[in-house]
Design a protein around this ligand. Sequence first.
Ligand SMILES: Cc1cc2nc3c(=O)[nH]c(=O)nc-3n(C[C@H](O)[C@H](O)[C@H](O)COP(=O)(O)OP(=O)(O)OC[C@H]3O[C@@H](n4cnc5c(N)ncnc54)[C@H](O)[C@@H]3O)c2cc1C
Length: 403
Amino acid sequence: MYDAIVVGARVAGSPTAMLLARKGYRVLLVDQTSFPSDTISTHHIHRAGLATANRWGLLPRLVGTGGPRIRRWTFDVGPFALTGNPLPAGDLDFDLCPRRTVLDSTLLDAAAEAGAEVRENFAVRGILSDGDRVCGIQAQTADGKIIQERARIVIGADGRRSRIARLVDAPTYHARPALSFGYYSYWSGVDLHGIELYPREGRGIVAEVTNDGLVYVAVGWRRAMFEAVRAHTERHVWQVLHDCAPQLAERVRQGQRVAPFKGADFPFFFRQPHGSGWALVGDAGYHRDAITGQGITDAFRDADLLAAAVDAGFSGRQPLAHALAAYEQARNTAVMPMYEFTYRLAQLEAPSEQEQQLFGALRTNHYETERFLSIMAGTVPVAEFFDPANLERIIRGSAALAA
Ligand SMILES: Cc1cc2nc3c(=O)[nH]c(=O)nc-3n(C[C@H](O)[C@H](O)[C@H](O)COP(=O)(O)OP(=O)(O)OC[C@H]3O[C@@H](n4cnc5c(N)ncnc54)[C@H](O)[C@@H]3O)c2cc1C
């Protein structure tokens, strides 16, 4: 009998298992895959997420995964680019972009070192129930054996298509269909430093340096383009690069593509992340478009919140159901402004007149440019920057300078 079984051992599951094991609980962490393992995802970790990892003592390991520290952001609005480094999170003034092969293995190792028992190639097929309370899992090993394990809580960290969420029938809310989708690949030999973003009407590009000197280039389109792009991905990627970022296209052309294209679409939803004997964390409980690159940062925060809630419940400091309800509330409060901001960006609209004025004003205002870039980095709240009075102040300030 375990205290907790965590299903899914990537950026949500491994930290949750690690934190619970560090508190002395008996934890089983399982994944149907074996590590190191890639997944369909680029891998920008905002400084807000790194600050969480730093509290866990994992920052040196994440820095040690080999990719450069990202301090240079380029937000190209078409006629010109805004550049800068977002405000620090505490004293952390950089982001990281480690390949998921190294990131996820590093987190898994940390969970194992904390005392979590890890089983790979271990696919959960069902849940065990005791009345209406979940009390374990049924899983299949690589050699086909069916195994049952019991726990006080089963935590689904099994991604957006979470089997645990389906099996417990977790209620979904604030759900909205995907607005966009993206494809990405990796290139060697591309002259690029930091992260470059190119938002355009109906399309968008993100390019960023990662491990081994490789650069990933990700292109997004509105959902309606899905079939056409899937049929001729490379042609469409190059089309967008040439149309929207010719200078970047030239640099990418100098390099060599070293991996096939991978892609995904991005539905929006929240799931109630707890019930009797179960909880959800990471994409299993909350999903949004990848355009703002929040998934890993969100997963770290929610692992922290969920592990604290489970501990509060198990230790008797609070009824478990109350602690888990507070976890849901804290998650929703933390993500809601970014959820709406991400939804707006994912529409891939041309900038409004006010946004054009804002970008024009930011062009000559480095301080406010860095605050603008800090929205995505998680160090300036969305609502604070987009407060109408703040926007007017920035725009009027630039008009006054020009007069
Ligand atoms: C194209 C794309 C680009 C992205 N770019 C970024 C980015 O730059 N920055 C960022 O922060 N986020 C990004 N994201 C989002 C990010 O990838 C996710 O938010 C993050 O991976 C969620 O982590 P997770 O641990 O919740 O789930 P996942 O990473 O989906 O991991 C779930 C794990 O559960 C396991 N599992 C599933 N079912 C079972 C089962 N039945 N039994 C056992 N194991 C099971 C799977 O094998 C998997 O290992 C991107 C996403 C996509 C699709």
